[in-house]
Write a protein that binds this ligand. Structure first.
Ligand code: SAM
Length: 282
């Protein structure tokens, strides 16, 4: 199981770096199931974030038209190159994904779909996902292995304990769908947490109409920034708004939202209505 990954680690005498989230997959069945979840075909250009020594890259290269593998750690590159030597459809880029402009990776534009597939480094999961969602790009599908709790936050419904700003952002941009859980023994070294593979199907059109997207996310941030406070107090204390409590109550009344409601009970449509009305009155 994952023999090639272990062999490469030994051959190149690699010491895996915890601070870079280097937990490599050694279960070939899990690798196949992740790539299956992404429904990769020759029509796809796949961006893999953090290929490591290529545990998943080989499977991707066998099925995709093109694979672009972006790895931050220079010391892994020779092993990665050896592992992928036979494939002419793989580009290895030694960079931090946070510094990569996804639109510049699309060369000839001959591929119908752009997909991102990654066993993400857990120390930077949310910033990577937010970067990919917020920048204007043509990604249609993302399949990520993440910490189980992060997957729960992404899929959480209003009113649930895991529902927060990440749930709203992910559900605004995509339709998230849990694929399957992965236990720690499928990696070396074993992480201290359970993992989940999640599919994010990017929305062609957002589920709600917003007058101002930045303002919407500011309202969401304010509502969840002070979770224990009522929405009225959370919005009143947030310095982005210049409203009295009475004015905020009036706006909530207009929308039929209980004055004592907390932010975590609001659906995305309610956040949209609230932010549109606050924006109009600002
Ligand atoms: N894909 C491999 C696998 O499944 O075995 C490795 C996954 S490991 C969880 C995460 C990988 O992401 C590591 O190879 C790490 O060096 C790389 N990485 C960490 N931070 C990164 C960043 N900011 N940009 C690109 N790669 C990064």
């Amino acid at each position: 199981m994952g023999g090639n990954t272990k062999k490469l680690i030994q051959k190149y005498n690699l010491r895996l770096t915890k601070s870079l989230g280097q937990n490599f997959l050694i279960d070939d069945n899990v690798v196949k199931r992740i790539v299956d979840a992404a429904q990769i075909t020759e029509n796809d250009m796949v961006i893999e974030i953090g290929p490591g020594v290529g545990s998943m890259t080989v499977e991707l290269a066998q099925r995709a038209g093109k694979v672009i593998a972006v790895e931050i750690d220079k010391k892994l590159i020779p092993a990665l190159q050896e592992n992928l030597g036979e494939f002419s459809n793989v580009n290895i880029i030694n960079k931090d994904i946070m510094d990569v402009n996804i639109n510049e990776l699309r060369d000839s534009g001959q591929f119908g779909n752009i997909k991102v597939v990654a066993n993400l480094p857990y120390y930077i999961t949310t910033p990577i996902i937010m970067k990919l969602l917020e920048e204007e790009n043509d990604i249609g599908l993302m399949v990520f292995m993440v910490q189980k709790e992060v997957a729960q936050r992404m899929t959480a419904a209003p009113g649930k304990k895991d529902y927060g700003a990440l749930s709203v952002a992910v559900q605004y941009y995509t339709k998230p769908e849990k694929a399957f859980d992965v236990p720690p023994h499928c990696f070396i070294p074993q992480p201290e947490v359970d993992s989940t593979v999640i599919k994010l199907n990017v929305n062609e059109t957002p589920p709600v109409k917003l007058m101002d997207k930045d303002f919407f996310f500011m309202v969401v941030k304010a509502a969840f920034g002070q979770r224990r406070k009522t929405l009225v107090n959370a919005l009143y204390n947030f310095k982005g708004f210049q409203k009295t409590k009475e004015e905020i109550k009036e706006i909530l009344n207009q929308l039929g939202i209980d004055e004592n409601a907390r932010g975590e009970t609001l659906s995305i449509s309610q956040f949209a209505e609230l932010s549109n009305l606050l924006f109009k009155c600002s």
